[in-house]
Design a protein around this ligand. Sequence first.
Ligand SMILES: Cc1cc2nc3c(=O)[nH]c(=O)nc-3n(C[C@H](O)[C@H](O)[C@H](O)COP(=O)(O)O)c2cc1C
Length: 332
Amino acid sequence: MDGVNLDKLPILKHNERDGGRYISSAVVVTKDPEFGQNLDFHRAMQFSESRMSTRIIKGRDFYKFLERTGEVEAAYCVGNTPNILVAAATSVKTGINELEIANALAKTEVTKAHSVDLLIPAGCEVVLEGKVFMKDRAEEGPFIDLTETYDITRDEPVFEVKTVTHRKNPVWQALVPGALEHKVLMGMPREPTIFKSVNEAGVKCLDVNVNPGGSSWLHAIVRIDKQNEEDGKKAIRAAFAGHRSCKHVFVVDKDIDIYNPLEVEWSMATRFQAERDLVDMGKEPGSSLDPSAEPGTKITNKIGFDFTAPLVTKGKSFTRAEFPEVDLKDYM
Ligand SMILES: Cc1cc2nc3c(=O)[nH]c(=O)nc-3n(C[C@H](O)[C@H](O)[C@H](O)COP(=O)(O)O)c2cc1C
């Protein structure tokens, strides 16, 4: 585009109380002299023709890059294929270029950005190139977050847009904040980190669901093949280690379908005794997304629920009775 005028782009105001027009779907490409390129998501709110405030949570790779140099070149890429979106949503060791993960999922061509020294996905629709400044800050928010509640307004780094490029007849990709498309991208990459952590703790983990009911961030349902009486509690501690923002962990036996909330609740109703099976992890930093966490510090009370049945049955059976298969022809 000739010159930069963000008013000419179809940046959406998603809901009435939003602080402004927001880019919610952009994959942000950045680079550090030591660690190389990184991909992640950072929502950005327009407040002038060329400037946006962009939410960068402490601990993110982009935040680390900004802390080191004070200003970082960035390309906000809008309109990406699913492999790039999923790769950008994963949180891997600093220094691993998520574009390589995208390429492992589906062939990903890259191209040089026009005005910044970055390789960006060649197929994306619109690219906003410029610089993000740690010390130049502006109000960001309110905006709906993953929990479907409004996030507070904060002072966040400014993104100064220098160049805008786009495909011919570009399609603007929007992402509805808090909706399932947001939730899947946030929650899904935490499932393998929990799975790995539980298995490394010596418990056979079969599956993990960071479920939408828990805002795809605050809850994890962990299915295990219980071999020892302590496995449930071990799995709880390991799951929290595998996802630091998690607030409640639910561990179930292998006969429970973790994608069916009724089955998970049934295992609580029939197998759980609070005095014996509840693990209180105490107060720890959790997630800034949780409205019930202590404002400012993220301090939250983390609790684990062991819904697995004891290995030795002393009273009633813990197994759901199965009805035998019938052949309707025998009765018709
Ligand atoms: C749709 C979506 C929006 C997100 N928005 C933000 C955001 O505004 N600020 C932020 O710091 N993280 C946001 N995140 C989370 C990070 O981008 C994500 O955890 C990323 O994997 C962090 O990558 P890193 O480990 O390379 O820093 C968002 C994630 C998704 C999927």
